[in-house]
Design a protein around this ligand. Structure first.
Ligand code: ZN
Length: 62
């Protein structure tokens, strides 16, 4: 899981000492950090494979 800033999409962070070592975005200073959705990417790949499979099936039938 890769961390990204939810505000600007930057993926480098620093721990702010004034906030008690809280991790904030290096670029915009935002503390709203999220995770990149690998699950949605996997689902997209699965859908792509399904489309290829269906196309192959149609070719075989014809
Ligand atoms: Zn940011």
């Amino acid at each position: 899981m890769k961390k990204i800033c939810l505000r600007c999409g930057c993926n480098s962070f620093i721990s702010d000492r004034s906030l008690g070592g809280r991790i904030v975005c290096k670029r915009c200073g935002s503390s709203s950090i999220g995770y990149k959705g690998f699950l949605s990417l996997k689902n997209k790949n699965f859908l792509y494979l399904m489309i290829i499979f269906v196309v192959f099936l149609i070719i075989i039938i014809l």
